[in-house]
Design a binder for this molecule. Structure first.
Ligand SMILES: [Zn+2]
Length: 109
């Protein structure tokens, strides 16, 4: 069972209380971008076996969007944080590095 804590209102609940919104920290491309960039933005998503960053909405609560860092194999949640960030907080990065040795960061931009 996946338990998430909404960083906006502080309520923790099962995943059925929330709605998944796909991958977090996507680099967005719009008008003026190349076809390849736009295609990649729309269709090329990560689907890792392990650490993943996702967008979630507290659908049956405050209704706000937030981001979560979790492990797709173990369902361990490393932390949730504001959707208004461009990369995970250092505290969450440190927690992941301690629990998943050898895991490397991708570029967040
Ligand atoms: Zn909430």
């Amino acid at each position: 069972m996946l338990i998430l804590e909404c960083p906006c209102c502080g309520v923790a609940g099962e995943e059925t209380e929330f709605a998944g919104g796909g991958e977090a920290h996507l680099k967005r491309f719009g008008p003026g971008s190349s076809d390849d960039e736009f295609h990649t933005y729309l269709f090329a998503k990560e689907n890792p076996k392990g650490v993943h960053f996702e967008r979630w909405r507290h659908a049956n609560g405050c209704g706000k969007w937030f981001l979560a860092a979790r492990n797709t194999m173990t369902l361990e949640v490393y932390g949730t944080y504001s959707a208004q960030t461009t990369e995970p907080p250092q505290k969450i990065k440190d927690k992941i590095s301690a629990k998943v040795p050898g895991w490397s960061w991708r570029e967040f931009s």
